[in-house]
Ligand binder design. Structure first.
Ligand code: AVI
Length: 315
């Protein structure tokens, strides 16, 4: 049993309002559902960022300030299947840059997938995937004499509150040296008509992704959630620029979680908050970079201005 999961579920379902962390979405089934989400027509984020890497890789490379004389480390945090990054690798190779690509992920399956994808598209490319915690690995890589370019794409930072994002960037910055760069991919603030469907798709994949958290509690903590009695509830606060997902109980009910020796009562309409997906503008990016030792040096957007990759430098 995952001890931290048990502790967090117990705490999250004992407080009011109830909450469960989105970091627990990604068990095997959840990761497969997220891969499906990224291919949904409503989930514009992936295509928008792909377009940036496909069409504007040269601009990105210019802002990175890398030179042909010196090799560098290209390190990706939470690499997934590498779909977007491969476009950057192709551009770097086409311009004969020397670099070592290190994707880091906590999932061995994701790293296998990225190796396969790179092997298919760039058969001569040698990569050095690392399995584990981002910061442990970055700490180990810090002594390398090569300069670093870190990739943190897909608006993954948007699943953190601003304060949390600020400490994440502080921690990241501590593991970098002067002049190292970060490419931070973020979803931009935009109208509800575009954002909300991305979190409420017509095929119900996002709903299954959210409700899978209850199935995970059932299987890992011996609980009896009936997922038919709960509903995926997405919201988007346009003013704040935050999409929020919750799971709503559709009846008054009680759920037993045997491993936690706990019974949880739900009122009809009561919600469990599961995820925030923040959308950004320049002001919020500046705010989360404040006092981190990181400076924004550039911003590249897609043609519809849906998504941005900020180029950020360690001072
Ligand atoms: C991983 N993360 C950036 C996704 C997002 O858009 O917040 C997770 C997700 N949740 C629902 N759909 C996708």
């Amino acid at each position: 049993m995952n001890k931290q999961f048990a502790i967090d579920v117990k705490e999250g379902l004992s407080t009011s309002p109830k909450r469960l962390s989105s970091k627990y979405f990604y068990d095997e089934k959840g990761s497969a559902l997220f891969s499906k989400i990224m291919k949904l027509p409503e989930y514009y984020l992936t295509n928008a960022e792909f377009e940036i890497f496909e069409k504007k890789a040269s601009e990105i490379i210019k802002l990175l300030g890398v030179t042909h004389q010196k090799s560098f480390d290209l390190i990706e945090l939470g690499a997934g299947d590498g779909y977007k990054t491969i476009e950057l690798l192709k551009a770097l190779d086409a311009h004969h840059f020397q670099y070592q690509y290190t994707p880091i992920d906590i999932s061995a399956k994701a790293l296998d997938q990225i190796e396969k994808n790179i092997h298919q598209q760039l058969p001569n490319k040698k990569i050095s995937p690392k399995l584990g915690d981002y910061f442990h690995i970055l700490h180990d890589l810090k002594p390398s004499p090569l300069s670093k370019v870190i990739l943190f794409l897909g608006s993954n930072i948007g699943n953190m509150e601003n304060v949390e994002a600020n400490s994440f960037l502080t921690h990241l910055s501590e593991n970098l040296s002067k002049g190292d760069k970060l490419i931070l991919g973020v979803d931009l603030k935009k109208s509800k008509d575009i954002v909300l469907p991305a979190y409420n798709d017509s095929q119900g994949v996002t709903s299954a992704f959210n409700l899978n958290l209850l199935s995970r509690i059932n299987s890992e903590l011996d609980a009896d959630f009936n997922t038919d009695l709960f509903e995926h509830t997405p919201m988007y606060d346009e003013q704040e620029g935050v999409a929020k997902s919750a799971i709503k109980s559709i009846v008054n009910q009680e759920v037993e979680i045997k491993s936690l020796d706990m019974k949880v009562a739900f009122k009809k309409e009561e919600q469990i908050h599961t995820e925030i997906s923040r959308k950004y503008d320049d002001i919020i990016i500046q705010k989360i970079c404040l006092n981190t030792g990181l400076n924004i040096v550039g911003k590249i957007t897609d043609s519809q201005n849906y998504f941005a990759d900020y180029i950020i430098e360690k001072q």
